[in-house]
Structures are given as C-alpha cells and as structure tokens.
Design a protein around this ligand. Sequence first.
Ligand SMILES: *Cc1c(COP(=O)(O)O)cnc(C)c1O
Length: 459
Amino acid sequence: MKYISTRGLAPETGFAEACLAGLAPDGGLYVPKDWPRIEPARPGEPYAEVAARVLSAFAGDAVPASDMQSICRGAYASFAHQAVAPLTQWGAGTWLMELHHGPTLAFKDVAMQLIAKLYDYLLAKSGDMLTIVCATSGDTGGAAAAAFAGARQSRLVILHPHERVSPVQRLFMTTTGAANILNIATDGDFDDAQSIVKSLFADTGFSRTVNLSGVNSINWARIAAQCVYYATCQAQLRGAPIRFVVPSGNMGDALAGYVAARCGLLTGGFEAVCAVNENDALARLFSAGRMTRTSAVATPSPAMDISVPSNFERLLYEITGRDAGAVRATYAAYAQSGDTALPDGAPTKLSCSGLSAASINNGDTLTEMERFRQETGWLVCPHTAVGTALARRLPARDVATVVLATAAASKFPETVAAATGQDAPLPVRCEALKGQGEVFERVASDLGAVRARVLDFAR
Ligand SMILES: *Cc1c(COP(=O)(O)O)cnc(C)c1O
C-alpha cells in the first residue's frame, strides 16, 4: 500500500512512514494511492477484529495480519464497553453511536489507543525513539497521554493553554505519572500553543534532533482507525441506509465516514452531515463554496472551536479528481489572502459527495442538552448536543439517523450543570484520577522557551 500527498510534490511512501510523518513534506496530507476494497463488517463480528481487517487493508505489507490483530485487541481491551462503539436508540429512527467508552471519555481514544500500540510496533524494529509533540485545547492531550503513557518507543510532550482547559480535561493529561510524558502549560491561548508547535515542526534541525512526530487529526492512522466504527454501525443496522450526523471541528471524524464509504464499508450508501458550533467555517464552505479565514470563538463545545477544518483538504483532493495542482493553488491563495473560492466545479462535486454541514448556535446547544435529558433521561455532552440538535432539523426520511456521541457528559460537568442543573459525575473507573497528584510545568508562551524544554526532555 502506497501513500501520496494531496499537494502532489512529495514522493510516494509506505504506510508506516505516512503515519509517523503526520504531515507530508510538501505540506499536504497523505492519502492511499488507491482506495482498498474492504469486506463490510458482519453483524456480531467483534470490534477489534473489524479494526484489524480495516487497518490491515490500509497497512498492506507493512504489518502482517496476525500482528495487526494483536495490536487491535490490545488497543480496544481498554474500553469499558464490550462493543467499543455501541448504538443506543433515542427516538424514532434515531440512534446515538457512543464513542466515549475509552479511558478518557472522548472519541479521540478510539484512534489514539491504536496509534500508540502501532507506533511501538513499527518502531521496535529500528529501535528509534520518537518525540511526539501536540498542542491541545482539551481532548486530544488527554487521549494521547492515556495512550502513550509508558510507550516504549516514544515520549510525548503536550502543550495546553494554562487555565483554559476544563479541570477534568486537565486531570486526564497530568495524572498519568508516566516518565515519558511532559506536560507544559503555556501562558497564552490554544492558538498560541498551536503556533509554537507548528514552528517546532517547521524547524528541520530541531525536528531531526528529537525525531519529531505528531498525532493531530491530520494523521492518516487516525482517519484509518475511525473508519472502523462506521463499518460496525452499518453491520449493527443490517445494511440499512444511514444518515450520520457528525459533531465536527477538524473534520477528521466525518472524513473517516467518507473513506469508509470509498472502501466499500457502507453498503447502504453514504450520507453524513457535519454538525458545527458557532465556528461555522465548514458550513460556509459547503454553502458558499469559499474558504474564508476567521478566528475561532469560544463556545460550550470547545473541542470544535476550530476555524480551519484541516481534513477538508483530503476531501478537496478527491472531489477535484485528485488534482494536486488545484489543491496547491487553493491553499496557496487561502494562505495569502485568507479568502478564496473553491476550484471550478468543486462546489457541485461537493454537493454530490454525500457530505454536508450546518451550524448550531450556543443557545440552541444548551437548550438541546436539557431537552434531550427530559425526553430520554440521559445527559449528553455539549458536542453531542450540537449533533442531536441538528438531527432534529433534518427532513424526515426513511433512513436511520445516527448521531456520533463524541464525548461523555461527565467530561464537561460545568456545562452540563449550567444547561440541565444536573451533576454528571465521572464514572467509577475514572474517580482514581482525583487522588493522583497533577504534574505539569508552566512555560512562557515563547518558542525559544518551549524548544529548550523539549530538547532537554528528549535528551
Ligand atoms: C475532537 C472532537 C470533536 C471534533 O472532531 P473532528 O475530527 O476534529 O471533526 C468533536 N467532539 C469531541 C468531543 C471532540 O473531542
């Protein structure tokens, strides 16, 4: 299996290299050179077995099937629900797909648990030690910490904006006790932390010295791992046509649905609506056919406070018929002026892609959390509520509507209390977090200071 870059100027590469690199050297995102055909999941087929088949199809010769099976079994043993991504019905023809049964109660665990095991496997041969650096506004950092704690071939550095992540989110990052994890709290906001990380990646000397790698949502392994629950959902609904509603930020989750469909895993056809909060760049992209830069605003669903949906680049590549020149031109224009039309014909192709997007405002999100509780007795997290609110607005049709529940309510207790007046206590398996001491260091929001600290940690 070979991987190519959406910008067309990077040499084709293998599965391991594509995953470990994250971004391609030409600034593009990796995609498989050809979409593999994958057998749909069978009803009752265990999640880890489906995962092994899907990941093996993307890995090709890079990982023997039996090794991929042990990697996947290990990864999903950490989930508190046997089905990993169970479906629960909440209304007529409407389901939640619960993706929050992993160690840190958000769907990021589904990919991260797998990636950490995959990296240890891929790097064991060479003995290389990676330094993974990520900036987080909340969930990615915790999921990465839980997954990489004690990893043999990588150390992890997490940057979070000091006092701007929720207390529960911070506990997941800072209490692993693992020696291979460094938590840095930067003075500044998430965008500042993110731009420091981007500068570290752009510094090729530094990057080589520490063997730098990333696990953000443009990483191909994350997309591959996230295809799996689309497949198991299709099996649970016995091949019926499904309309997915996907709470979206960087669009990695929704893109995984598109990829699942391209590989034959969605036998009932493909339709997914990206549900975004007041950061509606994605919705405007679909409606206006333009990419327009705005700055992110804070909402009750912080994991979706994203102004540039990075995985859109993969979709653009596909809908232009894999025209890397058109992708390069679009992103060059966007980088320069912050506002550019999609290439000719792209808006029409976009509307035929099966994907669409719509925005839900803050007030409606909080109202939905309470309405959902009254109707079902269940608490949902604010991200999931953006999805269920949107699901209610979709035209009634004879399809199953599946909203991806991307985090547990207990991860956002402050918002849940404000919207519903209810407590959302952490599950018993997470209560231990509170007894553990938090370990993190405050560092100035300054490239030089962070760079020096990471160098020292990687020594
Ligand atoms: C990351 C995240 C999202 C957004 O997912 P993308 O793949 O970036 O679109 C939605 N909800 C929660 C809870 C998340 O952590």
